[in-house]
Design a protein around this ligand. Structure first.
Ligand code: NOJ
Length: 747
């Protein structure tokens, strides 16, 4: 144990997990005393983050001096190093440095570490905050057992453009749902307090507005009004900050001409100023250096100056801080107080994690072995995956019964399509640890239900022009009573740097679908993708559609659970599905025009397209169940809302079917006349409710002033007196109950 560690032990600092103010002060004091021992070079070292051998951005691993730099105290954190043994080895080098400050190990643990959960967009389709929190918890347990202190998740960027491949990593298009999910994920990763051996730091990214890249092209510029920024894009970040997220990551995009990384308004004025955020901000990979091609900085030194001034604390892989900050301070261009502030924020987190008491606390090979092999994680991954599947269509068979669920016996099934036996593709992007051999395929999932493998033919590839497999597919289909067609994207078609101008189902897969349809057998399409795809033809002519996203390690079992009715689907879309790319962006909470379409047959001089409807193919909040639900008997405690009052709305939800099932009831509202035009509807509450067959339940929602508030022209959060329409429904485009309330003048 080094002298510094002895000091901390002696001061009693090591008691982990206490929450008193006294102890908080003691962390600050410890940080201050450590800071006083540090040279300027060591301080700048804390702001420097290197990648390990794996790369998650452009560049190469040519810097052979990393270990030397670590020993010299010139590195604060490493990304892309994982494993209890590997992290321990590198931490040992850090503990050979003069002050023995431990490193932070960080990694993109986005939807699981060893046990892969559905991609984040899929999880958002569950509308189940507890389940989403649990998924993050299990990821943290596994990652922490492999030496990871810090995940670069959750991505809380609102995304309304499915051409942008990174829609996969977020919670979709809605700010309210996205903010709740941001909170659930942060608490799942971190628990209520850092310091436990399975609590890892979360990172709210990418600050800010990255999801609004022009034309859906990754890394592209963003141009948006302040109104839109505050109203739509910032709230999930605020929710993450309020939940105590330990770190933020800035982003690659420019926002109204200023790179986010060099953006003082975002990082200093809003985040560290108005929100009083105490954690630290890491740059995105190389984003400090990218201010050169953006035309915002003339050289690395200028970029370092602009980034640190703007509030970017840690430099991921630009090497700009390491190369320039010491000189900038010596030249008097950067005040040492700026450096001190950034270093203190980082050290504080190292103390909170308990790394000064035990720098190896996460690098324990015995724990790693047992946690990574805990069978319960797979049970939870399957539970989660079932909740994320969205039943988009369920037609009728010739006998008049619904196509789904399928029968486990007495019905011959042909599984067709390039994703039927896929493993890696079920996991989706951002897989950092897993071995795809663990994945349960759709074929295996069906076999687990019916006791024997279904008829199977691949038919074609995901991409490309191959049609030679059609004959085998037709032969299998002819023998079957029903065809399950597994089609969609490969894992690497969505995610970072995976923007697409066409979001059709690629290759010859739709030709395969047509060939299957031509057999006259019912076709159930199981679509895998990291984003909404344009699936009009399936919507028109498939007999049933299950949207399965990228469902993870237990994907095949989860899909089979839904196909055979062992799980009654309850997922609802967290993002609108466009009919074609020309409609993008299409989202439910848009503003009205002065010429809205009120009758689709009359679009002359209306805000409309002449070749497609304005409405999406499938709207935000949409998703079917094997049960049916009715909504009735809406009652209000009051129709007038005074300044500090509340209105309670209640209605009866009934499961009118013979199956137990879950419904996500959604509350939307619209401010009818206001000083800034408000969206036609905005989600303000929801509940997920399980009902037995025939059961009725009273459901309550409370509306208060907060729910009616918005940012006015001066960017003040206000509720304006007047009428509001309240809408309750089963999706954003299927409102079943509505009423009006009145916010009375400010008294
Ligand atoms: C770039 C991505 O934008 C970011 O989300 C990720 O965390 C970093 N690379 C590190 O891999």
């Amino acid at each position: 144990m080094g002298f510094l560690h002895k000091i901390f032990v002696a001061s009693g600092f090591l008691l982990i997990g206490l929450t008193t103010n006294a102890q908080k002060k003691s962390i600050s004091q410890q940080v201050d005393s450590l800071l006083q021992l540090m040279t300027l070079e060591e301080k700048v070292g804390q702001l420097n983050q290197y990648t390990g051998r794996e790369l998650t951005g452009p560049g190469s691993d040519k810097n052979t001096n990393k270990i030397k730099d670590i020993r010299a105290g010139l590195v604060g954190s490493m990304l892309n190093v994982k494993g209890a043994r590997e992290t321990r080895e590198i931490q040992e080098a850090a503990l050979q440095s003069r002050l023995k400050i431990p490193l932070l190990f960080s990694l993109d643990v986005i939807h699981g570490y060893k046990t892969i959960f559905p991609v984040p967009l899929a999880e958002a389709a569950s509308w189940d905050l507890d389940a989403i929190g649990l998924s993050a918890r299990i990821a943290a347990r596994e990652a922490s057992a492999s030496g990871i202190h810090w995940t670069f998740a959750p991505m809380v960027d609102i995304a309304r453009d499915p051409r942008w491949g990174r829609v996969m990593e977020g919670a979709g298009e809605d700010t309210y749902l996205g903010s709740l999910i941001a909170r659930a994920r942060v608490l799942g990763f971190q628990t209520n307090k850092l310091g436990g051996t399975d609590a890892i730091m979360a990172c709210a990214k990418h600050f800010a507005a990255y999801g609004a890249a022009i034309a859906g092209r990754d890394y592209n510029a963003v141009d948006m009004s302040d109104q839109m920024l505050w109203e739509t894009y910032l709230p999930p970040f605020k929710a993450a900050a309020d939940a105590g997220v330990a770190t933020f990551m800035n982003s690659f995009n420019t926002l109204n001409g200023i790179p986010a990384t060099g953006n003082k308004y975002l990082q200093r004025d809003i985040l560290k100023g108005k929100w009083n955020y105490r954690g630290f901000v890491v740059s995105d990979w190389g984003s400090i250096g990218e201010m050169l091609p953006q035309g915002f900085a003339k050289d690395q030194s200028d970029a370092a100056f602009k980034a640190i001034t703007a509030g970017s604390d840690m430099d991921m892989e630009s090497r700009a801080y390491k190369g320039s900050l010491v000189q900038l301070v010596k030249d008097g261009k950067v005040a040492v107080t700026l450096i001190n502030d950034a270093v203190k924020r980082i050290l504080y987190k190292k103390f909170e994690l308990g790394l000064f008491s035990d720098p190896y606390k996460f690098s324990d090979t015995t724990r790693e072995l047992s946690v990574l092999n805990d069978p319960q994680s797979r049970v939870e991954a399957r539970n989660m995956a079932r909740k994320t599947l969205v039943l988009l269509k369920n037609g009728k068979s010739v006998t008049g019964s619904s196509i789904l669920p399928l029968q486990k016996s007495g019905q011959k099934i042909a599984l067709i399509g390039p994703l039927g036996k896929a493993t890696r593709d079920l996991e989706g992007g951002w897989i950092v640890k897993t071995d795809s051999n663990n994945v349960v395929t759709i074929f295996e999932g069906i076999r687990n239900k019916i006791g024997t493998g279904p008829l199977y033919a691949k038919g074609t590839d995901i991409a490309g022009n191959a049609v030679t497999g059609f004959n085998d597919a037709l032969a299998a289909a002819k023998e079957a009573d029903v065809i399950v067609l597994a089609i969609g994207e490969s894992w690497d078609m969505s995610g970072e740097a995976k923007s697409r101008t066409s979001i059709d189902i690629p290759g010859q897969q739709m030709a395969l679908f047509r060939a299957m349809k031509a057999t006259g057998k019912p076709v159930v399409a199981v679509v895998l993708a990291g984003r909404p795809l344009t699936i009009n033809e399936l919507a028109d002519s498939a007999d049933a559609i299950v949207y399965a996203w990228f469902p993870g390690t237990e994907g095949g079992n989860a899909i089979a659970d839904v196909l055979f009715g062992d799980y009654n689907p309850s997922g609802k879309l967290p993002i609108s599905f466009p009919r074609n790319t020309g409609q993008i962006p299409v989202y439910y909470n848009h503003n009205n025009t002065g010429r809205p379409v009120t009758n689709p047959k009359n679009i002359i001089y209306k805000s409309a397209y002449i070749d497609a409807p304005n409405t999406p193919l499938y709207a935000f909040g949409y998703g079917l169940s094997y049960s049916n639900f009715s909504y009735s008997d809406l009652k209000l405690s009051n129709t007038d809302l005074s300044k500090n009052g509340k209105i309670v709305l209640s209605f009866t939800l009934t499961n009118t079917s013979k199956r137990a099932g879950e419904e996500v009831v959604q509350l939307y509202l619209r401010d009818l006349v206001s000083s800034v035009v408000r969206p036609v509807k905005e989600l303000k509450d929801f509940k997920k409710i399980m009902l037995a067959p025939g059961e009725s339940r009273a459901v309550d929602f409370t509306v208060d002033r907060e729910k009616l508030s918005f940012y006015n022209q001066q960017l003040e959060w206000v509720a304006e007196p007047g009428e509001f329409e309240i809408m309750i429904g089963t999706s954003s485009d299927n409102i079943l109950l509505s009423t009006k309330i009145n916010l009375t003048a400010n008294k």
